[in-house]
Design a protein around this ligand. Sequence first.
Ligand SMILES: Nc1ncnc2c1ncn2[C@@H]1O[C@H](COP(=O)(O)OP(=O)(O)OP(=O)(O)O)[C@@H](O)[C@H]1O
Ligand SMILES: [Mg+2]
Length: 297
Amino acid sequence: MSAPTTEIDAGLPLVHAVNVTKAFHGVEVLKGIDLDVRKGQVVCLLGPSGSGKTTFLRCINQLETIDGGRIWVDGELMGYEERAGTLHRLTNKAIAAQRREIGMVFQRFNLFPHKTTVENIMEAPIQVKGENKAQARERAIAMLARVGLQDKPAAYPAQLSGGQQQRVAIARALAMQPKLMLFDEPTSALDPELVGEVLAVMRELATEGMTMIVVTHEMSFAREVADHVVFMDGGVVVEQGDPTSVINNPQHERTRSFLRRVQSEPQAVEHVPESLRDAIIAEKHHLGTDPGLNEVE
Ligand SMILES: Nc1ncnc2c1ncn2[C@@H]1O[C@H](COP(=O)(O)OP(=O)(O)OP(=O)(O)O)[C@@H](O)[C@H]1O
Ligand SMILES: [Mg+2]
């Protein structure tokens, strides 16, 4: 038998993680994580360094194998097939097929330095999905416009600011037409004045209905954009709920001390700009330069 049929009902969450465990060299870093993310929801994962946030994201898209528990994405059991009550690892090909439905954006953008923005965005659709070049290019150009960089198709990463590079990385993930986007501290490597433009793009994506799991220390994003906030510490979910309850009225001392610490650090943005356009205008004002949205004057 395959996975219990109730798990693939359309009404179930897009991401359904149950009792996920993961150890590295005998040290358990995920100690039974449960998480549900409904279609269109934005979930923020908060937690101190080493709490397991990155590991959990990597387990969702099978960059790490899990030791116990189950993760379903859109009704599909990730990485495994259940036969006669036993889990069998899927083939690499089947795992790659599952993974291409999930976009991931990291702290470091990892763009190919010798490829232009459009070539960076076209790469995976051509190599992974076997799309033809013309189609991939057309979508790449559309995705660049989506992140406000329609005027930079021929730029190389080194010619772009960190914020622009991260927007290209988001466009690259979107070009695969994922059903889920995972963000791992997408703004933490950026100069503070470039954080707003990336958060604004993420906010727009959220508004359009993209399902997203976002690891971030930007509390404004968690407060203003997330539907649900999860606080992790030491490989467990300590508490979760709607942003206002968790952030303004945390129930656990560990959450309180984490929030005190984060909120005492300077936050890059007090408010997430409503749109990329707003963010660019604010930046222009701040920098006196053009961060790359031509029509904004
Ligand atoms: N590949 C690995 N090999 C061994 N240990 C690892 C590996 N990846 C993560 N760890 C350990 O697992 C624990 C959780 O790490 P993880 O990167 O998931 O934390 P995090 O919450 O993302 O932290 P940060 O906020 O610093 O990014 C840490 O103790 C880390 O050292
Ligand atoms: Mg991390």
